[in-house]
Design a protein around this ligand. Sequence first.
Ligand SMILES: Nc1ncnc2c1ncn2[C@@H]1O[C@H](COP(=O)(O)OP(=O)(O)OP(=O)(O)O)[C@@H](O)[C@H]1O
Ligand SMILES: [Mg+2]
Length: 417
Amino acid sequence: MQDHAAESERAARLQLAQVLLHAGNNAGALEQFAAVLGQNPTDTDALAGAAMCCDALGDSRRAAEYRRILSALGTSAPDDTMKASAESSELGDEVIPPAESPPQLDTSWLRPRLRMVPEPEPGDSVPAAEVSVTTLEDVAGMEAVKRRLNTAFLGPLRNPELRSLYGKSLRGGLLLFGPPGCGKTFLARATAGELGAKFISVGLFDVLDMWLGESERHIHEIFESVRRSAPAVLFFDEIDGLGRKRSQLKYSGGRTLVNQLLAELDGVDAANDGIFVLGASNSPWDVDPALLRPGRFDRLILVLPPDEKARAAILRLHLRGRPADDVDVPWIAARTPGFSGADLAHLCESAAEIAMEASLAAAKIRPITTTDFKTCLRDLKPSTRQWFETARNYVMFANEGGQYDELLAYMRTNKLL
Ligand SMILES: Nc1ncnc2c1ncn2[C@@H]1O[C@H](COP(=O)(O)OP(=O)(O)OP(=O)(O)O)[C@@H](O)[C@H]1O
Ligand SMILES: [Mg+2]
């Protein structure tokens, strides 16, 4: 029964992803593929789709990660190779022993294929620490978010005396949440830049490994390496994938992954000193509640679509270096409520394309104009709407403890309820 529901959800998400891809909404489609992967990280359809979206969004590192897993699974495998092969007993020429009960993450039959992938070197799973050059000054608008980051995190970190006076430890982390493309990752990087701390970004595929027990080892290695390079900001992007509610997980491997993450976050008191953990999620309601308890990702910060001032700044940022002196940025900013930073970047790309085509036709440079933007705006809709539609149910019916009050207020003001 439950399996049937999960399968229908998977089919619906994949279909929705197709529609979104068709409409050019790569970020939206990626979100759907990621949700399918959250349930089953070896879903080859979702992996292939996600890789394609990441390419389109310019995130080649993540695209390569998806492809790495795809190739480990044997690229052209049909979507439920795992299930089908476990149930029947054939996979091409290989004879697979019949499974007695449907295996969850029994990947032993995959091993011959996995040998195609080079064995990881020790420490391979630890993402490189970067020194972030982005600071909060680069983040346009978002005054409320910046204020909260300052009180909850930057202030205490910069003032050890004050911290000890109030008995405030450096434990705990923030969870940035909100619609896709609105600057969560950007803010996390800016926070590290602000502190001059190292920034280590961990995605689902930095951790995920087909080998049983390996994912947990990766998490442990990452924490160990970060402990050595403190002060550092350890950023878990898309934490809902990594720390999905254990009750929702179909594969048992995911449960031990959450447990390992919890153990590392709790650490021994001194061990995690100087590490500040940030997480980001588009669906905090799917995150295991244990991860949101005190000392873990205990403060939620809502990252909303940019306001008018921020939209103008983002547009200017993306028009920099392009022939666009006459573009009426405030006019566009006023007409793009609900657009995410990523939507605005896409809008600038599309307007630039029109001007480029005109330049090619006329064989001389034709600058980008406000009219080009008007033309594009006829077809472009803010991608955040769909997120708010999903959020609606949680905000109205699962707002225990009032953790979504701010979101509720925003949705009321903006008539999104
Ligand atoms: N306030 C802002 N000021 C300047 N640029 C911004 C701002 N918000 C978003 N952007 C731009 O939008 C891009 C997308 O933002 P980012 O990748 O951080 O979104 P996200 O919330 O992490 O999305 P996802 O949920 O899809 O991971 C950034 O690379 C940045 O260029
Ligand atoms: Mg992000």
